[in-house]
Design a protein. Structure first.
Length: 255
């Protein structure tokens, strides 16, 4: 199932990241310190350049790429998000006196902003999920500290759509990496993702759906269909349903 999980990862990268970075051909082992701890200065440099770093690992939930740069569609927006996150995280005064004051009033507890990690693509999702959750608190705190950084309704909408499109991928990868995951559950999971993306009816979801279909087809073999059929002939309907979903996505991309 890790093969399908890796396909999901690559589908996200195909749409969100530029293609000008060479892929790692060999898996280089990394220590726990290297994978879990960032060199802050190095990471900041990459972030200022709009670069997210992925280290190679044997865990299928992590992407086997060295570095990838976000596409212009999202790079500037996510750079602005990172700028605000670092603004509060690096200043205890601004964090406690301004941001957390509003967070506690709004949620009844302390919730920190999250800065995405260079070795985990899904940490970008965690960052923007928390950022959107604390949208009003961030807005008030930025006014209090006299910051000229603002987010338009369109930018908040792009963040929301990005979250909605990436969440199914995160949940699917977690499901595929379970020990009890089977070929049939993998097919069911993929079908659910495609249905969710079609329901969202956005250009991003249509692009992700098409990229996912391509990456999964690369990993499917004749044996896949045979095993699904032998397990239960009715399961072949899932493949036919998926084809129909693909045709709907193609129509969305062409419109």
């Amino acid at each position: 199932m890790s093969c399908f999980a890796h396909g999901l990862q690559l589908a996200v990268v195909d749409i969100l990241y530029k293609k000008n970075i060479e892929r790692e051909e060999e898996h280089q082992p990394i220590t726990s310190n290297e994978s879990d701890t960032d060199d802050e200065d190095t990471n900041d440099t990459h972030e200022e350049q709009g670069v997210t770093v992925f280290q190679t690992t044997t865990d299928p939930r992590n992407l086997h790429l060295s570095r990838t740069e976000l596409t212009p569609r999202y790079n500037d927006l996510l750079q602005k998000v990172r700028k605000v996150v670092k603004l509060f995280k690096r200043s205890p005064t601004k964090y406690d006196m301004y941001l957390q004051k509003y967070v506690k009033e709004d949620t009844g507890k302390e919730l920190s902003l999250i800065l995405d990690c260079r070795t985990r693509w899904n940490s970008l999702l965690a960052m923007i999920e928390r950022f959107l959750k604390l949208k009003v608190c961030i807005y008030k705190a930025l006014i209090d500290i006299g910051s000229d950084t603002t987010f338009s309704d369109l930018e908040w909408s792009k963040i929301k759509h990005l979250i909605e499109s990436l969440q199914p991928f995160k949940l699917a990868i977690e499901a595929l990496c379970r020990r009890d995951s089977t070929l049939l559950t993998a097919e069911t999971t993929l079908k659910i993702i495609l249905e969710k993306l079609v329901t969202q009816d956005t250009m991003l979801s249509a692009e992700l759906s098409e990229a996912l279909r391509v990456r999964i087809e690369e990993r499917r073999t004749v044996v896949t269909g045979i095993l699904i059929y032998l397990q239960n002939p009715k399961n072949m309907m899932m493949i036919q349903d998926e084809l129909m979903i693909h045709l709907l996505c193609q129509k969305k991309l062409c419109d």
